[in-house]
Design a binder for this molecule. Structure first.
Ligand SMILES: NC(=O)c1ccc[n+]([C@@H]2O[C@H](COP(=O)([O-])OP(=O)(O)OC[C@H]3O[C@@H](n4cnc5c(N)ncnc54)[C@H](OP(=O)(O)O)[C@@H]3O)[C@@H](O)[C@H]2O)c1
Length: 242
């Protein structure tokens, strides 16, 4: 599993402001960050996101490699199909305990674009009531949960066994990502460091890379730096779990 995030110098990954909550506000629409995002998508069998990250994305978003960097569309396709021998596109995996997804989104309704929803029994019931089970390109899988929270291990086993996923790209958000880190299943983190500072009020929620949980010094995950790249004032960091 590889993860990809962009953060400010002070570790903020979302301003949590309507229409400005996503990574492009953090990166300043940096083109190299967008190129890397597309490249990681091109290398993955599937991309996993939490329901809130989906909710904050454009309704038209399809999570295709070229969506982030259209000029590299043919390079991504060539790399994916001719070098990695993977199908034309990765599919999106959306994780929701509640099933409260907006089914009008393009990701659920575009022919040829597959989406897998991992949810609870209650979530599947809620989605079925809204007609999700009739959408031809959407597959819904319900897993056991503990008070609505499905374990990362169960998600990975499902994706491995039923969908042939061997390389999964985690695109957040911080709530979902924290659980995968805690489960010790994250192999690499690609982190773009954007040269701005967002700040935080004491009571405001501007999440960092991990939200809703904390590690102790004795068990906090450490990483080895695999590479550092730079373009203008941004840094592109690649870490491997130590
Ligand atoms: N800068 C970056 O690189 C970057 C990357 C990704 C996201 N973001 C930003 O981060 C924000 C969203 O992050 P977030 O932490 O609030 O949310 P998130 O992790 O994207 O989604 C949280 C939701 O996912 C579902 N979920 C998470 N873990 C689950 C589990 N184990 N079992 C079942 N369902 C689970 C729940 O959905 P239900 O409530 O439906 O049950 C939960 O409310 C957005 O603003 C997004 O733009 C930034």
């Amino acid at each position: 599993m590889i993860a990809n995030f962009v953060s400010t110098l002070d570790g903020v990954v979302s301003y949590e402001i309507k229409n400005q909550a996503g990574g492009s506000t953090i990166s300043g629409c940096d083109i190299a960050d967008r190129f890397i995002m597309g490249l990681l998508r091109a290398a993955a069998d599937a991309i996993i996101v939490g329901a809130s990250t989906l909710h904050d994305a454009s309704p038209e978003a399809l999570w295709l490699p070229e969506d982030t960097y259209p000029d590299a569309k043919h390079l991504y396709a060539d790399y994916r199909v001719n070098v990695l021998h993977k199908p034309e596109y990765p599919f999106l995996v959306v994780v929701t305990g509640s099933g409260g997804l907006e089914l009008e989104r393009a990701i659920f309704r575009t022919p040829g674009v597959r989406t897998v929803v991992i949810t609870t029994s209650a979530g599947r019931y809620a989605l079925a009531r809204k007609g999700a089970t009739k959408l031809p390109s959407v597959q819904i899988r319900a897993l056991d949960s503990s008070r609505g929270t499905i374990s990362p291990g169960a998600m990975l086993r499902l994706l491995y066994a039923q969908f042939g996923v061997r390389r999964l790209l985690h695109e957040g958000g911080p709530t979902l990502f924290g659980q995968f880190l805690e489960a010790e299943v994250v192999d690499e983190v690609f982190l773009t460091l954007s040269p701005q500072i967002a700040g935080r009020k004491a009571d405001a929620v501007r999440p960092g890379l991990v939200q809703g949980m904390e590690f102790m010094p004795a068990d906090a995950p450490w990483f080895q730096l695999l590479s550092v790249k730079q373009m203008t004032d941004h840094l592109y960091l690649r870490y491997q779990r130590a």
